[in-house]
Design a protein around this ligand. Structure first.
Ligand code: NIG
Ligand code: FE
Length: 413
């Protein structure tokens, strides 16, 4: 067995003998040990304690943490990091007054990304996505979900999902794949949206399921994209193929996405920039996780999800990046945690829990990552000397990470 004993840890945060999705008071508590040690066996957490571990054999490989603060790595449950080109031109258009919806309506936005993706060879897509993924891991992400949705043809979607599968096979961290064929109605179907929905259900889904290319199914439930009824229909078809729904809901309008997600027992409803009491009440009586993507709200200069109302309603809240070329060209979860505190008034402990353990549950990885729990992967962030955990969201934009450990091994720097 390959054993590593890390000792002299200043603060070991997110220590939990057992883990479960966190709500309300649970979300506020980030259990931590001071002056701690951590034993890792074969890349997984085996034991922890305080002071000096005198009962453990001297033969273990030892690592002095020199008083570092250690956290579970970030769990980013919502990204679109496979894409073919950046859209900084649209960014400038927006600075000059155009809205996200106007850009989409003139064939920009998602449809532009789809055109670029069609022209880009699979290997190039893979290499570019791998670079982005490696950067996310260096920034402390220890598990990630990646969506398709820029193919918008059967072949294009399969191509994206094959790229995600290659990332899954080669990345050191767990990767979950989501089929987002219903991201936008492509130009070729603009007068025949039902035809496109049939294509997703009758052509794409059976192939995707047959080749086991996806874990989840997603729909962009939004005015001008897909209606709640269409969302439910597509999700049910996905469920019949064994895919669990995760929905893009209530980003630009209160368009019924949250209720559609609940109707199909979605694992999560994501975005939630436009929420009313009705949506919060609907979520209350479900097990669906509410995922806020504050990077997208920031970049699009929108209102933020009502995180405090969500937490007070006893709904599980997760945080994710939404890394994509249109609404959040950053996969930096450290910044996401800062934005959650600064803009949604989450407490540092709440934001860290939402970006680790609840993020893990929001992609079906609660058993594997997100906390310092025996049996889970030793995917950890070693912080530079920081005075307290609150420093992390407070010093926004500052890289507080010293080193990142994945499966018990430090990334090569
Ligand atoms: O989550 N809102 C829908 N999809 C992405 C944006 C995709 C894009 O603009 O390329 C999002 O924000
Ligand atoms: Fe998204």
């Amino acid at each position: 067995m390959n054993s590593l004993l890390i000792h002299n840890i200043g603060l070991l945060a997110g220590v939990r003998e057992h883990s479960q999705v966190l709500k309300r008071v649970g979300l506020k508590e980030l259990p931590a040990l001071t002056d701690a040690w951590l034993l890792i066996n074969d890349g997984r957490i085996a034991a922890y304690g305080t002071a000096h571990p005198t009962h453990l054999p001297d033969t273990y490989r030892r690592l002095d943490a020199h008083g570092a603060v250690i956290l579970p790595a970030w769990c980013d449950s919502h990204t679109h990091l496979v894409f073919a080109g950046y859209r900084e031109g649209e960014f400038v258009d927006k600075l000059q007054g155009m809205t996200y919806a106007e850009i989409a309506a003139r064939g920009g936005g998602i449809l532009k990304s789809a055109r670029l993706l069609g022209e880009t060879p699979e290997d190039v897509l893979y290499e570019n996505a791998k670079e982005r993924l490696d950067e996310c891991i260096r920034l402390g992400t220890g598990a990630i979900e990646i969506k398709s949705g820029y193919g918008l043809t059967v072949e294009g979607e399969l191509k994206m999902l094959r790229v995600i599968r290659r990332l899954k096979e080669n990345a050191p961290i767990p990767v979950k794949a989501t089929f987002l064929g219903a991201h936008a109605v492509p130009d070729a179907y603009k007068d025949n949206r039902n035809g496109y929905i049939d294509l997703i259900i009758d052509q794409a889904l059976p192939q995707i399921a047959g080749q086991k290319l996806a874990d989840f199914i997603d729909v962009f439930c939004e005015e001008g994209f897909f209606t709640p009824e269409e969302t439910i229909k597509i999700c049910r078809a996905g469920q019949a193929h064994g895919l669990t729904p995760k929905i893009h809901a209530n980003q630009l309008h209160r368009s019924g996405g949250v209720q559609a997600g609940i109707a199909v027992t979605a694992l999560s409803v994501d975005h939630l920039e436009t929420m009313g009491k009705e949506e919060v009440d609907a979520l209350k009586s479900s097990d669906t996780i509410a995922t806020a993507l504050p990077g997208a709200a920031f970049f699009l200069r929108m209102g933020y999800p009502p995180a405090r109302d969500i937490i007070n309603a006893n709904i599980a809240l997760a945080l994710a990046s939404d890394y994509n070329p249109g609404s959040c060209p950053s996969g930096n979860m450290n910044l996401v945690v800062s934005l959650a505190c600064i803009q949604m008034k989450l407490l540092p402990q709440e934001a860290i829990n939402a970006a680790t353990l609840n993020g893990a549950y929001a992609m079906g990885l609660g058993h594997d990552v997100g906390s310092i729990t025996p049996g889970k992967r030793a995917n950890l962030i070693f912080m530079r000397p920081i005075p307290s955990l609150a420093f992390l969201p407070y010093a926004f934009g500052t890289n507080c990470i010293d080193r990142v450990m994945v499966n018990g091994e430090f990334l090569e720097s």
